[in-house]
Ligand binder design. Structure first.
Ligand code: NAD
Length: 493
């Protein structure tokens, strides 16, 4: 592919599409074709400074004067534009990440609902009037935008994870600087065109792309940022939290996971097998909420593993843009090496590869067959660490107490599932699993209305849902003296 045919993606700062301060670009590779398909502006720390300054200035410009109702109208317009461009946005994400078009277009067609949902909340950012024991005062609270949000996103679902942050931040009246992943920057860069067209004032939304990890560091540590919203790995999240903490800034962290799927003997094993496929093979297992640990009652282990293996072997791998394809490649070289490394460790530790475990010869590249590993236990590396690929680890339990103990034997707590027809047990076990989301007889369903986030090393704070706007506001208490009199200055209250 010649350089001239490549798509070009500039930065977006202060309402302008521009090249990086150093004038450089970097290449982004389609993991399916192995071809460079776009040139993206290489931002610099200077560009981060400019973006933050522009976001700060926008707070005191027309955006800062807008009513919730006006912000709501802009968010609705943005939702409409996302709907109009859903197919284009999905194609950009497929080119960048190799994920299935079917999956990504499902996400981009769903995105407008986030903008509509938070448009509905933008004019409901309400304070309270608080009665106190002192009748001489009227006290009320206001919720005010926290200010400039610095967002850092990963490569696996760039626009969905951006939207989890952007929609409530805009509803609250914040301004925004995003640094997307170096592995999948294109859709976020393109997204700036939609905010521009929707009519958001200059500086409200800024995009700084770049290959250098210095950009994320600079944004997380920037003294001009008031809140950092991050999705990515737990190791990076800890560094981001430290940088934000040094500025006494708020953070939302959506990090890794090692989510359990607990299957009881009375479960509908057919449904559970499909839930397992959805949990760990859809999106090639590259989702934070991947249900990568199957904890199954010993009496149904063989039957369920057989069902899952049979279906896993029938998953159609191939071109992510083909509607018939069910699983694409993993997203990039380092990720491929990481997953293959884990498969070696699993074998070395005595695990049995019940299916998959290799790259299909006819496809090559970054493809890895859907893999089921049996014969592991709670201490195996593939059970403890996030693989972020199409790898399911299977081990057994004898009774409910053991199932819950195994499910919770992890530093993570993002999601989990319980499969049973016993309504009492379903709720009981859902209550006992330490995770931000638990599905009963289902897996991998999210919605703008429902809070999402993790316990433990899976994160801090919640995205989505009615309270997400509060994550982007500060509460201010206002005391109004009612008597008009004077007071004893040396007495409190
Ligand atoms: P990553 O942590 O390597 O990178 C995430 C982002 O952080 C990228 O934009 C990267 O450039 C940036 N970054 C890197 N070093 C930084 C630093 N020192 N300071 C600030 N920013 C820095 O993660 P990834 O490989 O892109 O994504 C995969 C990980 O994300 C997985 O662990 C997965 O579980 C997690 N994830 C979590 C969720 C969730 O909602 N909980 C969703 C998707 C992915």
């Amino acid at each position: 592919m010649s350089t001239t045919a490549r798509e070009q993606f500039p930065l977006y700062i202060d309402g302008e599409f521009r090249e990086g301060a150093g004038g450089q670009t970097f290449e982004t590779v389609n993991p399916y074709t192995g071809q460079v398909w776009a040139n993206v502006a290489e931002g610099t720390v200077e560009d981060i400074d400019a973006a933050v300054a522009s976001a700060r200035a926008a707070l005191s410009g027309p955006w800062g004067q807008m009513t919730g109702n006006q912000r709501s109208a802009l968010l609705r317009r943005l939702g409409d534009l996302v709907a109009e461009h859903a197919e284009e946005l999905a194609t950009l994400e497929v080119n960048d990440s190799g994920k299935l078009y079917k999956e990504m277009v499902g996400q981009t067609r769903f995105l407008p609902h986030w903008y509509y949902y938070f448009a509905g909340l933008a004019d409901k950012v309400e304070g309270r009037q608080i009665p106190t024991s002192n009748p001489n005062y009227l006290v009320y609270t206001r919720r005010e935008p926290v200010g400039v949000v610095g967002a850092i996103t990963p490569w696996n679902s760039p626009l969905l994870l951006l939207t989890f942050k952007l929609a409530p931040a805009l509803a609250a009246g914040c301004t925004f600087v995003v640094k997307p992943s170096e592995h999948s920057p294109a859709s976020t860069a393109y997204f700036a065109r939609l905010l521009d067209e929707a009519g958001f004032p200059a500086g409200v939304f800024n995009v700084v792309t770049g290959e250098s990890r210095e950009l994320g560091k600079a944004l997380a540590a920037h003294p001009g940022v008031d809140k950092v919203a991050f999705t990515g790995s737990t190791a990076t999240g800890a560094r981001v939290a430290q940088a934000a903490g040094a500025n006494i800034n708020k953070v939302t962290l959506e990090l890794g996971g090692k989510s359990p799927q607990v299957v009881f003997p009375d479960a509908d094993l057919n449904a559970a097998a499909n839930g397992l496929l959805a949990g760990v093979f859809a999106a090639t297992g590259q989702t934070c909420m991947a249900g990568s640990r199957l904890i199954v009652h010993e009496s149904v282990h063989d039957e369920l593993v057989e069902l899952v293996v049979q279906r896993a072997n029938n998953i159609k791998l191939g071109d992510p843009t083909d509607p018939e394809t069910q699983m694409g490649p993993v997203a990039n070289g380092p990720q491929y090496d990481k997953v293959m490394g884990y498969l070696k460790i699993a074998r070395d530790e005595g695990g049995t590869i019940a299916c998959g475990g290799e790259t299909p010869e006819d496809l090559g590249g970054y493809f890895i067959r859907p893999t089921v590993i049996t014969g592991v236990n709670k201490d195996s590396t593939v059970v403890k660490e996030e693989v972020f690929g199409p790898v399911l680890s299977v081990y057994t339990f004898k009774d409910e107490a053991e199932a819950v103990a195994l499910a919770n034997d992890t530093e993570y707590g993002l999601a989990g599932a319980v499969w049973t027809k016993d309504i009492h047990r379903g709720h009981r076990v859902a209550g006992a699993i330490k995770a931000g989301t638990v599905w009963i007889n289902a897996y991998r369903v999210v919605a703008p209305e429902v809070p999402f986030g993790g316990f433990g090393s899976s994160g801090v704070g919640r995205e989505n849902g009615i309270d997400a706007v509060n994550e982007y506001t500060e509460s201010k208490a206002v005391w109004v003296e009612l008597t008009g009199g004077t007071r004893d200055p040396f007495k409190l209250g």
